[in-house]
Design a protein around this ligand. Structure first.
Ligand SMILES: [Zn+2]
Length: 188
């Protein structure tokens, strides 16, 4: 798993989401990277928003980056709701609020819909140039990691990052040679 890649993605998406959701106060972001038991639990946590601390916590172990991004967008929507005075601090901790509290049920609906659409709109409108910039930033970080790697030869995570990069370069090369004959009209 490449934590820096996830953080880059989150950083790149955040200003877009902030503008679209229209909140002023910045949110704090916490990453949980090592909760193996949670990552294997079908009913485990993926993310949550803490109104008191105005923080979003993201569980990122063993998840697809876009899935993490959707979680982030969902919780950011809750932050926007909180900033505009729609979420009180007590209600968020009561179990079953999404089923039993009609107002919070509406808040959940908004978070699922707005959060999902935010990610969809962002990825659909990212120019090729911007996607490349995201990857370039990654490459810069890989070079920095390369320096560090000399002193951390047995660090598995660092090695994984290079493996990711090699796979990506291989895929790019493969894509160049195997061009699809017609565009497939998938709806995701
Ligand atoms: Zn929610």
């Amino acid at each position: 798993m490449n934590i820096e890649r996830i953080k880059n993605l989150i950083r790149a998406f955040y200003p877009f989401a902030k503008t679209k959701l229209g909140f002023e106060e910045p949110v704090k972001i916490r990453y949980i990277t090592n909760d193996m038991a949670n990552s294997q639990d079908p009913f485990g946590k993926t993310a949550y928003y803490n109104p008191e601390q105005k923080s979003v916590t993201l569980f990122i172990l063993n998840r697809h980056p876009k899935d993490i991004l959707r979680s982030f967008a969902h919780e950011l929507t809750h932050h926007a709701q909180h900033c505009r005075g729609d979420i009180s601090q007590e209600v968020s901790t009561q179990e079953g609020y999404a089923q039993n509290d009609p107002h919070m049920r509406e808040m959940e609906k908004e978070a699922y819909m707005e959060g999902g659409m935010l990610v969809r709109d962002w990825t659909d409108t990212l120019e090729e140039r911007e996607r490349e910039m995201l990857l370039e930033n990654e490459d810069k970080q890989h070079k920095e990691v390369e320096k560090t790697k000399k002193t951390l030869r047995d660090n598995e995570e660092v090695n994984d990052m290079f493996e990711d990069r090699r796979n990506r370069l291989n895929k790019k090369l493969m894509d160049k040679f195997i061009k699809p004959t017609k565009k497939e009209g998938n709806i995701g």
